[in-house]
Design a protein around this ligand. Structure first.
Ligand code: NAD
Length: 476
């Protein structure tokens, strides 16, 4: 058995083309694995397997499906260390972040084990005709799941668990940078009792080609994507040809607002979490910091001190808080944002220069006085750089916070609840962290508005993304 091959119909197989690609450890730049690269012929085999397995899966009672998902949570929870190590190896994130991700990833199996038995419907009378309206939710069909490199485990389980709970079969195309974690999950799902063929994994260097191919197969009814807004748009266009149901978790440009009545220590702790969880490589990462001018000096000093205390290094070593970025191009992009902001007048409070040597490292960096014209105010930084600005007027800061095509998450720090709730409601975002730097929770509906996406993952809504509503108009 080789966990670096394709996983189709419960078997580990070479790609039909025999093609493979390398996976790199971002801390050392060493090749850690050579992985089979799927193409369209492999995708066809996976679709055939998914079709067969889905019939078997749908014949099971919701309680049986639920118990298999629950078992997956138990098994993954018992092996968090192994998953965390693999996540660090292929993604680079430090150990605490990797453990946090593995735990979060496992929790989706527990949450959706509980949801699997709660696919509720409705029976009522039509107001005029008096006929019965019977509404029920049914599995939507084979689902294609495309996931990013920043959370190699959690972005997969956040889709697999609700799809299986809903009664669907899935084909996962993990990110090319980080396919190993998803492949390593497969033996665990087998052990939990997931039937062969229900979950298939197709790492590939030809993402565009194989995903487009699958979205043109009439058996595919859902495409659930997490990644950049640009690729999301491409998939929406592909999905349009067969009107495949899309769920899109796309980019963000999160503002973080600290009002003059905030508890500054709480705001600094929240800002650290919102900025530095996953080294800033998160769609939820705080991208723009708006600090009220009356508390700006205190916040900047305390936040910079907290950033300075973080230890950078190989995430597998003890005592390391932050690891490398995922690859050279991400590191170069982050460095470019800093150079651009400084050239336009920003001041470097901390960091700002890349270390020499192996690994895609970039240090925790704080910029103050960042002008609105800086690129990092408008684009996702996706790295450990905090861009600080000040404000004095509530209306003005709400306008600036909403001035983006994105709408995933915003953060608000204020101890005046009347004001704080008013501000939250006026922010054009799918999620708001109020006096908290972390919004992700398997029990909550995660997702964005505007160009941050369509649909929600987690919560009660997460399973509905993989279901269709059927209405029967009946008389009896
Ligand atoms: P990406 O869009 O480059 O890649 C995401 C996935 O799509 C990968 O598996 C990739 O191989 C695949 N892909 C790339 N081109 C494709 C194509 N033409 N057709 C089909 N698949 C294709 O994104 P990334 O760089 O891996 O991840 C970073 C982005 O993801 C950021 O913008 C971030 O905000 C976003 N993200 C969003 C969420 C969320 O829940 N909203 C969560 C994590 C990351």
């Amino acid at each position: 058995m080789d966990f670096t091959n394709l996983y189709i119909d419960g078997n580990w197989r070479e790609a039909a083309s025999s093609e493979r690609f390398d996976v790199i450890n971002p801390a050392t730049e060493e090749v850690i694995a050579s992985v089979a690269s799927a193409d369209t012929a492999d995708a066809d085999l996976a679709l055939d397997a998914a079709e067969r397995a889905m019939a078997e899966w749908q014949a099971k009672k919701p309680r049986e499906r639920s118990e298999i998902l629950r078992k997956a949570w138990e098994l993954m929870t018992a092996r968090l260390d192994d998953f965390a190590r693999l996540i660090t190896l292929e993604n680079g994130k430090a150990r605490a972040d990797a453990m946090g991700e593995a735990t979060y990833a496992a929790e989706f199996f527990r949450w959706f084990a509980e949801e699997a038995v709660r696919a509720d419907g409705l029976i009522t009378h039509a107001p005029a005709s008096g006929a019965r309206i019977v509404v029920q939710h049914k599995p939507a069909g084979i689902s294609v799941l495309v996931t990013p490199w920043n959370y190699p485990a959690a972005m997969g389980t956040r889709k697999i668990a609700p799809a299986l709970a809903a009664g669907c079969a899935v084909i996962i195309k993990p990110a090319t940078e980080t396919p190993l974690t998803m492949l390593a999950l497969m033996p665990l799902l087998e052990e939990a009792g997931v039937p062969k063929g229900l979950v298939n994994v197709l790492p590939s260097r030809h993402s565009g080609r194989i995903v487009d191919h699958m979205l043109h197969d009439p058996r595919v009814r859902v495409v659930s994507f997490t990644g950049s807004t640009g690729v999301g748009r491409t998939l929406l266009k592909s999905a349009a040809d067969q009107v495949v149901k899309p769920a899109m978790e796309l980019g963000g440009n999160a503002p973080l607002l600290v009002f003059e009545d905030a508890d500054i220590d709480k705001a600094v702790a929240g800002a650290m979490l919102a900025k530095m969880r996953n080294l800033g490589e998160a769609c939820t990462a705080a991208n723009r910091f708006y600090i009220h001018e009356k508390v700006s000096a205190e916040f900047t000093e305390k936040f910079t001190a907290a950033m300075a205390a973080l230890k950078l290094g190989n995430g597998l070593e003890d005592g390391i808080d932050v690891g490398p970025l995922v690859n050279a191009s991400t590191r170069d992009k982050v460095a470019g944002f800093v150079e651009d902001a400084v050239s336009k007048g920003a001041k470097i409070e901390l960091g700002g220069s890349r270390p020499n040597g192996k690994g895609f490292f970039y240090p925790p960096t704080v910029l103050s006085n960042v002008p609105e014209t800086a690129d990092c105010v408008h684009d996702e930084i996706f790295g450990p750089v905090a861009a600080l600005q000040t404000f004095s007027d509530e209306e003005d800061v709400i306008r600036r916070a909403n001035d983006t095509e994105y709408g995933l998450v915003a953060y608000v720090f204020s101890e005046d609840m009347k004001r704080a709730m008013g501000v939250c409601e006026r922010l054009e975002y799918g999620m708001v962290g109020l006096n908290r730097g972390l919004v992700s929770d398997p029990a909550a509906p995660f997702g964005g508005v505007k160009q941050s996406g369509l649909g929600r993952e987690g919560g009660h809504e997460g399973m509905l993304e993989f279901m269709e509503t059927q209405y029967i108009s009946a008389e009896w």
